[in-house]
Design a binder for this molecule. Structure first.
Ligand code: ADP
Ligand code: MG
Length: 244
């Protein structure tokens, strides 16, 4: 498989606090990586470094052959369009309809016509079972529906990789399943995904690889059955003993 993303000697500090200490990993095209680990481990910081929403203190993030930490803002913005991001709290625009939320970036950033953007948006909404919500505002949707719209909004940009930061953590328990199902179909369609999650069942079933992050390092990196059944580090064993 072709390498899509390479993380080399990544470090990130906030003042004196060194959150990411030295991370070296790769993501191949089509791969699904789940990032697990305790709260405060640096998982969100790490994910935000991947598309340089947080600027790394040191190291390289190589995406499509370019080191994202070294390029101009203009180049960065262009490459970032190929990295979709989904947040815990949906971050939908409250003053726009579902359709407006999904079509805004393809029209503004990619120069698509309204008709073209709406056609694509409706196809994607149909895939997640929300075609009847196109004209509604986010406030009228359930949390699970909002998150599926947020996923569609990211997909409307035709990303090469999707980054998820605890996409189900803000949801009522009965809505978690529908969002995980949407993510699972996306994974099955071949999308490259990096997913920070506490959903160990999802991670075991869907991930090609698990990165267990703690104390500023990726302590364990391997196939789900390796990491979950045979963690190599004390830190990994302690964390898994608490969550499994
Ligand atoms: P996780 O997502 O694994 O819970 P985070 O990446 O959110 O962890 O946070 C890791 C550490 O970095 C925490 O101690 C947090 O307080 C700190 N941190 C995160 N963002 C900032 C920031 N913008 N400024 C200062 N400290 C931060
Ligand atoms: Mg986090």
């Amino acid at each position: 498989m072709a390498e899509l993303l390479s993380i080399q000697n990544l470090k990130k500090s906030f003042g004196k606090s060194e959150v990411l200490k030295d991370i070296n990993e790769k993501v191949d095209s089509g791969e699904v990586v789940c990032v697990i680990g305790p709260s405060g481990a640096g998982k969100s910081t790490f994910l935000r470094c991947l598309n340089v929403l947080e600027h790394p203190t040191a190291g390289k993030i190589v995406f499509e052959g370019e080191d994202l930490t070294q390029i101009s803002d203009k180049q960065l913005n262009k490459l970032r369009q190929k990295m979709g991001m989904v947040f815990q709290n949906f971050n939908l625009f409250p003053n726009m309809t579902v359709l407006g939320n999904i079509t805004a970036a393809p029209m503004k950033v990619k120069g698509q016509s309204q008709a073209e953007a709406e056609k694509k948006a409706k196809e994607l909404l149909k895939q997640v079972g929300l075609e009847d919500k196109a004209e509604q505002y986010p406030a009228s949707l359930s949390g699970g529906q909002k998150q599926r719209v947020a996923i569609v909004r990211a997909l409307a940009m035709d990303p090469e990789v999707m980054l998820f930061d605890e996409p189900t953590s803000a949801l009522d328990p009965e809505m978690v399943g529908e969002v995980l199902e949407t993510m699972k179909s996306l994974a099955n369609s071949g999308m490259t995904m990096v997913v920070v999650t506490h959903e160990m069942g999802f991670a075991k079933e869907v991930a090609d690889r698990i990165w267990l992050m703690a104390d500023g390092y990726i302590q364990e990196s391997g196939a789900p059955n390796e990491v979950f059944e045979h963690p190599q580090t004390k830190r990994g064993q302690d964390f898994l003993a608490k969550v499994l």
